[in-house]
Write a new protein. Structure first.
Length: 475
């Protein structure tokens, strides 16, 4: 019987190329673009077949750990482990750490499917056929990558040239090619035996670690030590920071794939995109009769071949063509689709200016393990927020040195602790939290709790929170 596959999902990136929806603290893998799931949730769904896959291992960082846990919980998917990388060390160290943990949890004969959390993939029959070919090839000791059938001479991807065919249906890798100039990309696509390097892999744990020790011993040592000295924090595994930081900052491609004699590639015809630009989002969307892809509350008049997306405000677009119009809660991007690869440069410009830097970092809505909040209005010595708390969750028992708070419940039921007194608040009821008073908010009900919070005081920063008791392990 062929072993099940251990999914290893990389979910720590902080890309901002899909600004203003994607930002440093809320990157694209956790954003719902088109459809009812985020890219990370779509990835979880693709590896949820218990006949084919074990429970996933997810690699992320401190900042995203509760997003990972909550989005998995929403789908009812159990995770084998959530590993927290203390510092960014590229994909080689992450994969080596995951391989070490997978060997401990599932045995050294386990087969890993390493995949990003931010790909858009049409998981049809051809996709799972490729997964099974990759598994069979990895079981033979090969280090397998997925080569995507190119649909255009893209210059934003690396390429893989096919070598000799293998009995499993995979091929040996003849060579890897760096991101080419347009002329070279056209020649490779015309040749027909070059495929896009997808960044997805299938490895046996033992062959992976053996090749790591051979070609990237510093990475293997640092990752192994980081796992051995890791600590448990609630449902998370914290890799040892000192050990992990010793790993070279290198990708899995450079560390072993371009050096090993055991590399193989599965030619993959399924639809795949890394959604690296608004142009790529438009290409994978479902267009209307005018070639427009729209999401959210929109009205389009005399507009063609455009991408129009909004999270919040209504967008009305008239008389435009080949345009991306993207609205978040607090910013709007308008540009030609052909120029959307340059959004990263725009973000750098915004990040370098004090007045706009925050727009590249955070959204008005911030998510927490208990729910989250939206900043509605900020003034001199006061601010207004919408607080939402998931059923069964509670905030920390806390106090503030510089502010008092007024809460008005607009939906659901709140259990409020103020000092030694506990009371229930229902819709249209309110309560006052004096400055310095110990307090707590929880949702004992079955529906989302929403309330309006008005803060007043001399300092209103998020760091004015003294947590006395916290079920999520925060200080």
């Amino acid at each position: 019987m062929t072993a099940k596959i251990v999914p290893v999902i990389m979910a720590g990136g902080k890309g901002t190329r899909l600004w203003p929806l994607s930002r440093a603290t809320a990157p694209k893998q956790f954003i719902q673009f088109i459809g009812d799931k985020t890219l990370f949730q779509n990835t979880l769904s693709r590896v949820s077949d218990p006949e084919l896959y074990e429970a996933p291992i997810v690699l992320t960082n401190e900042e995203f750990r509760f997003l990972v846990a909550e989005q998995a919980r929403e789908l009812g998917i159990t995770l084998a482990a959530v590993m927290l990388e203390p510092v960014a060390r590229n994909t080689a160290a992450a994969v080596a750490a995951a391989g070490t943990l997978a060997g401990t949890l599932f045995g050294k004969s386990a087969i890993m499917h390493v995949l990003g959390s931010d790909y858009e993939i049409n998981a049809d029959k051809s996709y799972y056929d490729c997964v099974r070919i990759a598994r069979e090839t990895a079981a033979e000791g090969k280090l397998v990558t997925f080569g995507i059938t190119p649909t255009e001479p893209a210059t934003g991807y690396g390429y893989i040239e096919l070598g000799k065919a293998l009995p499993t249906g995979a091929h040996e890798v003849k060579r890897f090619v760096e991101k080419p100039v347009l002329e070279d990309a056209k020649a490779m696509v015309d040749a027909g035996d070059f495929y896009w390097n997808s960044g997805m892999f299938m490895f046996g744990v033992a062959p992976l670690l053996a090749e790591m020790n051979e070609y990237a011993p510093d990475v293997a040592k640092a990752a192994g030590e980081a796992v051995a000295k890791a600590s448990r924090d609630l449902d998370f595994i914290r890799l040892d920071a000192e050990a992990f930081a010793k790993s070279p900052n290198i990708s899995i491609d450079y560390a072993i794939m371009e050096k090993t004699a055991n590399a193989a590639v599965v030619p993959s015809p399924f639809t795949w995109s890394d959604l690296g630009s608004w142009d790529s989002v438009w290409k994978v969307g479902t267009p209307d009769q005018n070639g427009n892809v729209a999401a959210g509350s929109t009205t389009l008049v005399n507009t063609r071949n455009s991408l129009v997306m909004t999270h919040g405000v209504h967008l009305a677009v008239q008389g435009l063509e080949d345009i991306a119009v993207i609205a978040s809660e607090d910013a709007v991007y308008v540009g030609h689709l052909k120029d959307s690869q340059e959004v990263g440069q725009l973000v750098k410009l915004l990040a370098g200016q004090k007045s706009t830097a925050k727009l590249t970092e955070t959204h008005p809505t911030s998510y927490r393990p208990w729910g989250g909040y939206t900043s509605i209005f900020n003034g001199d010595r006061f601010q207004v927020k919408r607080i939402f708390v998931t059923p069964g969750k509670k905030l920390s028992l806390q106090k503030h040195h510089h502010r008092s708070e007024h809460w008005v419940v607009v939906r659901g039921t709140a259990e409020v602790t103020i000092g030694e007194h506990v009371q229930m608040l229902r819709e249209n009821e309110s309560v006052y939290i004096p400055l310095g008073e110990v307090h707590r908010l929880s949702n004992p009900g079955k529906i989302m709790l929403e309330l309006i919070e008005v803060q007043t005081g001399s300092y209103l920063g998020e760091d004015d929170i003294i947590r006395l008791v916290d079920e999520f392990g925060r200080s």
